[in-house]
Ligand binder design. Structure first.
Ligand code: FMN
Length: 323
């Protein structure tokens, strides 16, 4: 098998930023908080994005929204993803204090969720190129590196990826990530390589390929078939973050269990106990996916009400499978 690190691994120039690798971790609502991002960076991911954060929420000083932006010195570079459809709200969010630490702003133009689409946000912006352009220009006025994450269009009859990618570049975007599924596919089915390849042919800025990468083989196939400049992992990055070390050739003695214990420490240091437990349970549950013999561990985990007990349950569940 072709190795990603031998054939495709490289640093990437994105505007004024150079990333250590071209393997990125996607924004994932409910998961890609500070602890998770720090772990992926340690394992070789070149960029890791916050979950989508409402530009309007920041404009109106919504505290729950601002909390999603927690970060610390251990994270570098920092990349935030914003969601919305009002250019002035994006400009305010990019220039304001909440995002001051973040060098990169990614604009969500791919979210398929009905409420978001109804508001004209997320993937709906692939159907409104003039507004999408004004949002990118508004973000660029902050001087930050600006990237866009999008889908090829709303459905197979509305594929706009070529003109959309050109619009992004013309409006000043420094990189685009294409999730190769149309909005009607939501998160299921095979991503279409050709949509990503079309974006790559249309622009000179880096194009990152996303969707359905669950192994090194998938990552290699994605690069081969799209000509993309890098890959972005999403759900599989949650299931097995060690994939970042595998793709980038980073030496690590880590196991899933050691990563979980480290995540528990980090989560406790920056979240309250309830939030830390909630996060560790969700993460451990992803880690256990496709791991046989973890049913009882999973049940015990969900019934557990304190961090110390949770740690003990995880040690037992993973020690058995990782022995
Ligand atoms: C639970 C969950 C949360 C997500 N949250 C976001 C988000 O906040 N912003 C975003 O751009 N995409 C979000 N996505 C989409 C992913 O970033 C990614 O594009 C998608 O899962 C396809 O990649 P995959 O097939 O490798 O998982 C989310 C997906 C899932 C499953």
């Amino acid at each position: 098998m072709k190795r990603f690190r031998e054939s495709y691994l490289k640093k990437l120039h994105i505007g004024s930023l150079t990333t250590e690798s071209n393997v990125f971790m996607a924004p994932l609502a409910g998961y890609t908080g500070y602890p998770f991002r720090v772990m992926c960076r340690k394992l070789g991911a070149g960029l890791c994005f916050t979950e989508m954060v409402s530009a309007n929420g920041l404009k109106y000083n919504d505290l729950a929204t601002a909390k999603l932006l927690y970060t610390d010195a251990a994270e570098s570079p920092k990349a935030v993803q914003l969601l919305g459809c009002v250019p002035s709200a994006f400009e305010y969010a990019c220039k304001g204090s909440y995002t001051a630490d973040y060098a990169v702003v990614d604009i969500n133009m791919g979210c398929p969720v009905p409420n978001i689409i109804k508001n004209g946000e997320g993937c709906a912006l692939t159907g409104n190129l003039p507004l999408a352009a004004r949002i990118i220009e508004a973000c660029k006025r902050s001087g930050k590196v600006v990237t866009v994450k999008c889908r090829p269009g709303m459905n197979p009859d509305k594929i706009v990826i070529t003109e959309f990618a050109r619009m992004c570049e013309d409006s000043g975007a420094d990189m685009i990530t294409v999730h190769g599924r149309t909005r009607n596919m939501m998160y299921d089915g095979e991503p279409v390589y050709e949509y990503i390849a079309a974006a790559k042919r249309a622009v000179h800025i880096p194009v990152i390929a996303n969707g359905g990468i669950c192994s090194e083989e998938d990552a290699v196939r994605m690069m081969e078939n799209t000509g993309a400049d890098g890959v972005m992992l999403a759900r599989y990055g949650l299931e097995n973050p060690l994939i970042f070390a595998q793709l980038t050739g980073r030496e690590t003695g880590d196991t899933k269990l050691s990563l979980l214990m480290e995540q528990a420490d980090l989560a406790e240091s920056c979240f309250d106990e309830l939030a830390a437990m909630d996060y560790i349970k969700k993460l451990a549950s992803y880690f256990m996916k496709r791991m046989p013999g973890t049913k009882s561990g999973r049940q015990a985990m969900y019934q557990c009400g304190n961090m110390q007990g949770l740690r003990a349950i995880l040690v037992q569940a993973f020690a058995e499978t990782e022995a």
